[in-house]
Design a protein around this ligand. Sequence first.
Ligand code: OVV
Length: 405
Amino acid sequence: MNDNTIPAGVPAVDIDPFSDAFLTDPYADHERMREAGPVIWLTKYGIYATARHAEVRAVLNDHENYISSAGVGLANFNKEAPFRPKSLILEADPPSHTKARAILARILSPKTVMQIREAFQQEAEQLLDRFVAKAAEDGQVDGVTELSEVYPLKVFPDAVGLEAEGRKNLLLYGNMVFNSFGPRNELLRKSAELVQPVTQWIMEHCSREHLRPGGFGDMIFQAADRGEITQEEAPMLVRSFLSAGVDTTVNGIGNALLCLAQNPDQYEKLRADPTLARPAFEEALRYESAVQTFFRTTARDVELAGVKIAEGHKVLTFLAAANRDARQWPDPDRFDITRRPTGHMAFGSGIHGCVGQVVARLEGELILTALAKRVKTIELAGPPTRRLNNTLRALSNLPLRLVTA
Ligand code: OVV
């Protein structure tokens, strides 16, 4: 299976998509991979991959041939033990996936989002007041440590019903989980140094006693009370909220701030019309996708774009490369908040498409709206620094100078 023999007729590419150089700036390599062919072979890992929009979408929409239960990272769970007990939704196939998905989809439905909107908006406005005041006082402000990390760490765990103490663990855990989808490289080893205490904190806080009645976490236990899942499964679904609900939106918002700081003409459009906040966030997701990659595993011999792939192979889908495929997007390397990037792959696609996307979009919209209402111009006050992660496009710092309206 994942060996060193290059399959006949499949373009072989020697790029390492988990190297520091690639993760620092993946875009030229994305182009090389798209141009090499619709399906390529990555020699470094002995895996198939696709960087084109049509094939990424095709793989993600064919959950019967491309399964998730063998893991959605490089590791094949049929051959090696997962680094943590498998997620009941991410690393599952129908029919068990369907059951878990239905519960989370109901909790994170548009109806629920209408109910949390006001609290999320208030928090966004108060945070932006503080952010702008800090910028005025200090001459500059950090878009990551003082905004993009602060907001999701406040509003989402509040909605889940988690206590305020210790929430930084959510960032450490997210970093670890998203690194775990890559190879066992230095990034994974470093982030996993804290695996014991952080995992222990996370699992403790997935229990019913730690979750405020009526919050998203408690709603999972209510589903267990109704017999929809077992009492043992409930904390595992809470774990999915805590794994996927923070680091993703932190970086979605951080990346959007970077895009706007680097494209003053686009920021001016947003400032002039703050109702563009939602499409601006969507375009930032396309342009700098917070989640860059996911794997699937072939459940049988399949054919993708004319390439035969045998059963049991890993296929790496480059969501972020699909999002800049010129076959799909006119002028793909242009950040344009007036484009409507419908069909982007930043939330995935198909039955595993992000179940929290209504909440993620709400957070992005509210932060960009509050920003646009207060800030005339936003520019870099120094070079942004990256937090390299095997899966996430993440920033550690984003020094910004603001001129307030
Ligand atoms: C989409 C995603 C990412 C990471 C973890 C999970 C889901 C989970 O279900 O634990």
